[in-house]
Design a protein around this ligand. Structure first.
Ligand code: ADP
Ligand code: MG
Length: 724
């Protein structure tokens, strides 16, 4: 997550320029004041949907619409993809089948034909409901069985002489999502619609336009007020699409304004150390010790970083690159520039193992250079810890690698100029914030992540950050071969694993769970270990086991044995997901692969393919796969491209589940959908950019409404986690 802790203060300064109107907005009224909502319903609304105020309820939009304005004929039923309202007589009712297969079948007949109605529940009641001489309205979505349409559990209502049937409406009806608890309190979709009508009647005078006229005209939008009314009670079908487009447009546009304003404000205000030159450390390393050519993408990213760190403003850059793309090296070269300019650098990793690995990597790269690298973790002994502390204060230590131990209060740098954070989403905001207090001018920050993020998601999640992307792997890598096997082919896989071990390779076996849940038929880790021990017996095979229930010392011990090549197989849960580097490990076996998300599978696969040997990722699954599960495995077999996988993941699961985005309130859209509205996201971002290029502080009269909206949105923001 972005790292601009200081921005809050600067933002307040900015907000100071914005006129504050003290007006109370009716939409902030607590929902209990709405006629028809007592304390009980209010509590349910809050619990089930976080609906607290009039405004919250107003933005609880229907998720689809049904058209009850037209009574169709049986012969009109040509699709099972929408709802139909029919009118006719019900006859031929019979109870069919025995015991659990028992159901009721009947025919609905109008002057165009007949269609079957079916009930599988409440048979006792249904049996005596309908009289063959009366007319009924039936409403539902047809299904297809043996090439014929029928209705299962339709809504049925007797036609009354007064023509005031509930089922026949004279307009489109919005369907609201609801829950069992709400339904029990009379708040099914219809109940919610009733409240919505009351609410809109008393509030619609306040639905004032929030976009400048020139934008509304240029982009052919309906007004804010029309959109809010029509999204709930559309006048005619065309209005639904128009309302949806308008509301998505403003939601996404305002978000982009927020992000871009934050960027403008922070970029303009937070001073940074100036790293003017590229000196001896960098040049010596580059010319004499760099063991390979940099890739084009690495060069591009280093150039982007260099422009930042000599600008006089604090760098806050997110470095994205697939596993193995060479981010660590980019970070190292950046740290050497810091050193060349008289500064120290720090590199933080989320676990001791990773910190150790980074330390060893850096030491190895720098072994013939006069750059002092130290490692500080929870297990650093007191005496050595003291020495490191002294070294940092006296500036004899140039680079400090570590875990969060590195941000403890006793650690004082003489002159910290750059912080590199690996695998950002594992660090808490508060932890990061601690770093900056150490200096008056904050260090530059480079956050590295191996979790690729789709472009549109990056635009929203990191729209206030600078992003660099390494989109190229070093040459000569053998792409990992990914295959999918059903459990029934296990013997072949075991044979293959033995073969690889015979050739001196090591293997990961990953399980999704530690304890089998009774409901899910998952092969649990303990069973797995037992089977593995049988298939790979001592003394020929050595096995390490790591899972979340082990103490961290035991984990470290087991990992170490594997890293040092003392064991052949590492059986684990997903704890090995991040960053571990064992080039000799060439096979990744993922058990119950269908249970993992795509990004997680991709991360796991990235653990192999780090050496010169051909590597394999073997996805094991049960024979029964859901459509989505099968799709995920197909994508994995199909591509090694992390960005493509991220895009597919976003499409399949939606953004809420993407790694690293869970806690981000950012993605709670009312109506926009990150996975589907990519084009509109890019479009609104472009609009916001061009408006701000002309008028960076929204001071022009024509942008008055935008300024007002931004003021409202930014005023209430107490949670700055996203940008801190
Ligand atoms: P990441 O952190 O992005 O997953 P690393 O920085 O760990 O990737 O790099 C993976 C491996 O590739 C390391 O062994 C590293 O030394 C090597 N490497 C990095 N850049 C290059 C390059 N330009 N050419 C060849 N190998 C490289
Ligand atoms: Mg790495």
């Amino acid at each position: 997550m972005p790292l601009v802790t200081l921005s809050l203060r600067h933002f307040r300064n900015f907000m100071f320029f914005l006129p504050l109107s003290g007006m109370h907005n009716i939409l902030d009224t607590p929902i209990t004041y709405l006629k028809g909502v007592g304390p009980h319903r209010a509590e349910l609304f809050l619990k089930e949907f976080q609906i607290r105020t009039y405004g919250d309820l107003l933005y609880h939009f229907p998720f689809r619409y049904v058209d009850k304005s037209k009574v169709y004929k049986v012969k009109d039923i040509t699709t099972d993809s929408t709802y139909f309202l029919l009118k006719g007589k019900i006859s031929n009712m019979e109870v069919i089948g025995e015991k659990r297969a028992k159901h009721i079948s009947a025919l609905l007949t109008d002057d165009s034909g007949s269609i079957e109605l079916l009930w599988f529940r409440g048979l006792q009641w249904i049996k005596n409901q309908f009289s063959p001489n009366k007319e009924y309205l039936i409403f539902g979505k047809p299904s297809i069985f043996q090439n014929r349409f029928n209705f299962v559990h339709p809504e049925v209502e007797e036609v009354t002489p007064e023509q005031n049937n509930d089922l026949v409406g004279n307009r489109l009806e919005g369907i609201y999502s609801t829950t069992d608890k709400l339904k029990n309190a009379g708040l099914g979709s219809k109940g919610i619609a009733k409240l919505m009508r009351v609410l809109i009647n008393i509030t619609n005078q306040e639905f004032s336009e929030n976009l400048p006229d020139y934008l509304v005209k240029k982009h052919h939008l309906i007004s804010h007020k029309e959109a809010l009314i029509n999204i709930h009670f559309p006048e005619k079908p065309e209005m639904i699409d128009k309302a949806v487009r308008r509301l998505k447009f403003e939601e996404l546009l305002f978000l982009q304004f927020e992000l871009l304003l934050q960027k403008i404000v922070t970029a303009g205000k937070i001073p940074g150390h100036v790293f003017e030159k590229v000196g001896d450390s960098f040049n010596t390393f580059f010319n004499e010790y760099l063991p390979f050519e940099l890739t084009g993408a690495q060069k591009k990213v280093i150039r982007e970083i260099r422009a930042d760190i000599k600008s006089g403003k604090q760098m806050n850059r997110l470095l994205q690159g697939d596993v193995g793309s060479g981010k660590t090296l980019v970070a190292l070269m950046n740290m050497l520039i810091a050193i060349d300019n008289g500064f120290q650098a720090a590199m933080m990793a989320p676990t001791e193992i990773l910190a150790n690995q980074h330390y060893n990597t850096l030491k190895n790269f720098l072994k013939d250079m006069p750059v002092k690298v130290e490692l500080l973790t929870g297990s650093t002994k007191t005496k050595q810890r003291k020495e490191i502390h002294n070294g940092l204060e006296e500036h004899t230590v140039n680079i400090l690698v570590g875990t969060h131990a590195l941000i403890e209060d006793t650690v004082n740098f003489d002159n910290l100029g750059l912080v590199v954070i690996d695998e950002q989403h594992r660090f808490g905001v508060a932890q990061r914030a601690k770093l900056w207090k150490k200096n008056t001018i904050p260090p530059h920050v480079l956050v590295m992540t191996a979790t690729p993020i789709p472009r549109t998601l990056a635009m929203t999640l990191y729209g206030n950050l600078d992003v660099s992307i390494i989109d190229e792997l070093p040459p000569g890598r053998k792409p990992i071969k990914t295959v999918h096997y059903f459990d029934s082919k296990r013997l072949r896989v075991i044979g293959f694993m033995r073969e690889q071990i015979k050739q001196g390779r090591q293997i990961y076996v990953v399980y999704p769970l530690i304890k089998e849940s009774e409901k899910l038929d998952l092969k649990n880790l303990e069973d797995g270990i037992e089977n593995m021990r049988r298939d790979f017996p001592l003394p020929d095979y050595q096995i390490s086991v790591v899972h979340g229930q082990l103490s961290s010392e035991d984990k470290e011990f087991e990992m170490k044995r594997f890293i040092e090549g003392k064991t052949d197989i590492m059986i684990s849960t997903t704890v090995i997901e991040v960053g571990v580097d064992v080039p000799n490990a060439s096979v990744m076996v993922i058990e119950n692969a269908e249970r993992f998300g795509l990004s997680q599978l991709h991360q796991l696969r990235g653990r192999v393919g780090r050496g010169s040997d051909q590597s394999w990722c073997i996805l094991m699954s049960g024979n029964k796969l859901s459509n989505e599960g099968r799709k995920r495995l197909e994508i994995m077999v199909d591509t090694n491209d992390g960005f493509r996988i991220a895009e597919e993941d976003l499409k399949l699961r939606g953004p809420g589940d993407l790694q690293g985005t869970q806690q981000s309130g950012m993605l709670d859209f009312h109506i926009a959908n990150l996975a589907k509205d990519g084009d509109l996201i890019a479009f609104t971002r472009q609009i916001a950019i061009s408006v701000l290029e002309e008028d960076p502080r929204l001071q022009k009269e024509e942008n008055r409404l935008l300024l007002h909206e931004m003021r409202l949105r930014l005023k209430g923001k107490t949670d700055w986690a996203r940008i801190s």
